[in-house]
Unconditional design. Structure first.
Length: 110
């Protein structure tokens, strides 16, 4: 019987050791996550400049027969209109982009 108690004692020590190590690692990871240096969220990507946006809209090759492409193009037309209103110096370029995108939509609608 003495041998059984010694063996159970070893298991109890091993279990206690793993329990302590497990709890300590969870606490340590929690501290690292909460108090990491330079905390906060990573920098969000900056949107392209209005001129770049207009160039992307015109140069993008899409299959306008797809519903998603048509929806995206309609959003791009709305965005180009907002650019034209907000930046008077880009109004002429934005109107060209709007006409081009609208013509692409009209061609696929036919």
């Amino acid at each position: 019987m003495e041998h059984v108690f010694v063996h159970c004692g070893e298991l109890s020590v091993k279990r206690s050791f793993f329990l302590i190590v497990g709890i300590a690692s969870v606490v340590f990871l929690g501290i690292v996550i909460l108090f990491r240096p330079g905390g906060g969220t990573p920098d969000a990507p900056t949107p392209p400049e209005p001129e770049e946006q207009l160039e992307i809209y015109v140069s993008d090759k899409m299959d306008y027969s797809l519903k998603f492409s048509r929806i995206l193009t309609e959003r791009r037309i709305a965005s180009a209109r907002r650019i034209a209103e907000k930046y008077p110096e880009l109004r002429a370029r934005a109107m060209v982009v709007i006409d081009s995108l609208q013509a692409r939509l009209d061609r696929t609608a036919e």
